[in-house]
Design a protein around this ligand. Structure first.
Ligand code: G1P
Length: 313
């Protein structure tokens, strides 16, 4: 059962304490994977640093956090991921060089990347799965709710899925995960949820109470075609659930399996978020994300569209 904890508050003081406890300030970005789906490109560079149009994939995700009001990002890295830290660090020599050349706009753009938010790093020493990667961030998150964003799903735009989930969490006190419909034959690529409609203002029909979650089920055993998109807002209780989670699909500690425990013990919402996601986690999806985001680019989108029209397909 979903417990609507905010409904139990009965004094202004309790309300105040509750809302500050419910405030989602931190986000965990798992970035320790080996990127085998992108070999050979990822042999010597992190997949998170692969460029989509004009910036590394992980920058889109960090920008989604900033637009969603996140103040502190925890990136879980591993071996060979140092360029991620360099990207979000300051670059005084480059900034000076650009300023001396009169390229003030570029200097400002470079500076902004390192100033937009506080970033901390921790390492997942062994590739034990997504759930384990989130557990590694436990001490840095502490006892407060937090968001999780998977880097190979891009959801650019002014109303990010993470912001929508934060709204659900902050008004109900219950964790929420973003879902969207996928073709039935693709359920084996995602975590799939079974949820019952639980409409309530202001979220309406988009809100579902989760009954069950399954990681990457075959189409014939999938409980629905509602897939987990890679955006989560969770209470810190998820860490105890992760501690109790045994290796599951692909012999890894799956976040989806820990979410099943959380859903049973504390409730969990699935939220059919409003927006468009690009699944850049495999080569074809990455190419589609690149083309679609290039078409939207203010500087050269129109020219790119004209170019595509000249191709004899
Ligand atoms: C992960 C999650 C899965 C989710 C997916 C979204 O899988 O385990 O539940 O649906 O991300 O992209 P991965 O794509 O890392 O195999």
């Amino acid at each position: 059962m979903i417990k609507n904890t905010s409904a139990t508050a009965n004094s202004a003081e309790t309300d105040g304490a509750k809302s500050s406890r419910n405030k989602v300030r931190k986000a965990v970005l798992p970035a320790a994977g080996l990127g085998t789906r992108f070999l050979p490109a990822t042999k010597a560079q992190p997949k998170e640093m692969l460029t989509v149009v004009d910036k590394p994939q992980i920058q889109y995700v960090v920008e989604e956090c900033v637009t969603s009001g996140i103040e502190h990002i925890i990136i879980v890295t591993g071996k060979g991921k140092n360029s991620i830290e360099d990207h979000f660090d300051s670059a005084p020599a480059l900034e000076r060089f650009l300023e001396e050349k009169g390229k003030k706009d570029q200097a400002e753009m470079v500076r902004k990347i390192s100033n937009m938010v506080q970033v901390s790093y921790t390492r997942q020493k062994e590739p034990l799965g997504l759930g384990h990667a989130v557990l590694v961030a436990r001490d840095l998150v502490g006892d407060e709710p937090f968001a999780v964003l998977l880097g190979d799903v891009l959801i650019p735009g002014p109303n990010p899925a993470t912001k929508q989930l934060i709204n659900v969490y902050e008004s109900t006190g219950v964790g929420a995960i973003a879902v969207e419909e996928v073709p039935k034959e693709k359920t084996h690529l995602y975590g799939i949820v079974d949820g019952e409609p639980a409409p309530q203002p202001p979220f309406g029909e988009r809100l579902l109470r989760i009954r069950e979650l399954v990681e990457k089920p075959k189409p014939e055993s999938a409980p629905s075609n509602l897939a987990i998109t890679g955006r989560y807002v969770l209470p810190s209780a998820i860490f105890d659930c992760l501690e109790r989670t045994k290796p599951g699909a692909e012999n890894e500690i799956q976040l989806t399996d820990a979410l099943r425990i959380l859903a049973r013990e504390q409730g969990l919402w699935a939220y059919i978020y409003d927006g468009v996601s690009y699944d850049a986690g495999h080569k074809l999806g990455f190419l589609k994300a690149t083309v679609e985001l290039a078409l939207e680019n203010l500087e050269f989108g129109a020219a790119f569209r004209s170019y595509l029209k000249t191709l004899k397909l």
